[in-house]
Structure formats: structure tokens, C-alpha cells
Design a protein around this ligand. Sequence first.
Ligand code: AKG
Length: 322
Amino acid sequence: MLTPKQCESYRRDGYLLVPDLFSKDRLLPALEAAEQNAYGKSFEAFNAELDANPALEETLIRPTGRRSFGGPRAQFHDIPTGVDAIDRIIEHEPFLDALTQLLNTPDMHYHHGFVYVRNGRLDRGTPKDPWAGFHIDWAKPLLPPHPEWQRYGHIQAWVYLTDNDTDCAPVRVLPGAHRKMGDLIRDPIGTEHNSYRFDDIRNLPHKFEPVTATGKAGTVLFYSSHTPHSPQPFANPRKQRAVLFFAVGRRDTSTWTLTEKRDIRERQRLRPFLTKTTARVRSLFGWPKPGDAFYTPEALHLIQNAYPELDLSPYHKERIFK
Ligand SMILES: O=C(O)CCC(=O)C(=O)O
């Protein structure tokens, strides 16, 4: 069980690193399976293969459509993968207990899970500047992140399969920003990108100090869907970083905290459509129905910001007459 101090730290900072939540032995078969999927062999053998044939880097590094979260030769990245060593990691009771505590409910909903493997030699583009690249993974149902972040947000939980030291591109998070989303969002619906972005955190109306989320294999990083985070490059190109990444939310709000990353073109079409369609149809896309507690005055303000042409009167009226 997490201690009250850990829970408090999560509420305050929007993230929590829990070392040794898994034993290394328990994760080893999952790491082996993730490497096999990513490289078609162990990571060590893959590095040797690249040493022997440097031209391969060029071929593998180019996006081919198959290249994905899973790694350069991945056959899968979505969990369940069909490989028990990976799929059954989520059964670990202390992991589920921690999620229950942080979400404050035993009734949880699995949104998605990824096998996520990056390595220094074939890495994708990452921001070079420490203030760049921050974003939140909040895509569906194209509603702005709600001020009640615990109730209407979900958790991203990264199970570290490798030692994610400073030289292996550990993710960076912005403590405290999760509670200030209403002030921070400038691209209200996030349609410019696949998620909400804060291109230069020095220009935000509040100051935040990024934290680099290092941890040994067996650590779990929990962060709120409202917590901005940014990738960074590998300081050591011969290293890899492998995690199992789970998005889990509360069941009672799962309809509108689902966060699968939508195709950017679909997002661009959805926004004008959601603006002009009816509240009933919007609910098909995951918007709570008029009258729902979701529509607090602050939330309505943010939605109006995001959809300036949307007639929000049904949502206002229902609340007035309730
Ligand atoms: O790879 C990383 O460190 C960050 C990944 C990320 O930003 C994301 O999955 O949204």
C-alpha cells in the first residue's frame, strides 16, 4: 500500500515515483519479450548487429508505418499483446492497489496499455531544449481537461522494465501544473497537435521546475493525465529505455476520460462537427449529457474557450433548473 505521504505527494505534484513496486525478477521475462518484439533479438545482440552493419541504422530509423511504440521491428505495441509475460504484469496486486489509492476508487477502467521501447541509436526526434516538448496526453472526447483533475482525469502508469537512469532519456514531468490547467491551456482544444502542447514552458503564466523521472527497473511512475511531460534525447546512444505504459481511470467517469490518441485529421474534422451537432449526438462521442455534474461554471468556461461558436445553453439551462 502507498503511504499517506506518497498519496499526498501525488496530489500535490501530479506524479509519484514508487521504487521497487515490482521485483526485477518478476519483470525480466517481460523485458526479454519486449526486446524480442522491438529488435527481433536481445538489445545486446541488436547493438552488436548495428555495430557490424552501421548502414542498418539508416534503414531502421526511417518511419515505415510498422515502426511504433514497440520498437524498430515491433510486431505489436498494444497490451494485451498475446504474450503472457507482458500481459499479466497488470495482475500484480500492489500495482492495482496503488492505482486504486491514487484514483480513490476500487472501480477502475483500463483505457489502454503500450509496450514502449526507445533506444538511443534509432530514436525518434526529441526536443533539444529543456523548456520544450511539454504536453498532456488528453485527446478524447475533445473536451478541455477538467479542473477536477482527480475525478475527471486518469492515471498514466509506467512500469520501468529497464534502469531508466539520467543517460537513458527519462521522461520529464512538470510538478504542480496539473492543478492549473485552466490557466495554462492556450490551444484550447489541442487540435494543432495530437494533444495539448506547451511549446515553451518559460512563457507559461506560472513557473514550474521540470523533474526528471529516473528510476531503476521495478519502479513505477504514476502521473496524472493533467500532468505535462516531455521526452528528451538519450545522453548515451547505446542505451535503451523500456516501459509498460498503462492508462487507467475511474470507472464512473471513464466515458470522458478515455484517451486513445486520435488521428490528427480526425480531430480536425471532429471539432467543427462537435460544434454544430446536438447535445445528444455529442454524448455519443463521450460528452456527458446536459445536467451532468461535469458542467461546473469553470468547466463550461473552458469549453466555451475551446469551442467559441458552440451554443452551450442546453448545458447551462439544465444546471439552472436542476
Ligand atoms: O518518451 C517519453 O519520454 C515521453 C513520451 C510521451 O511524451 C508520451 O507518450 O506522451
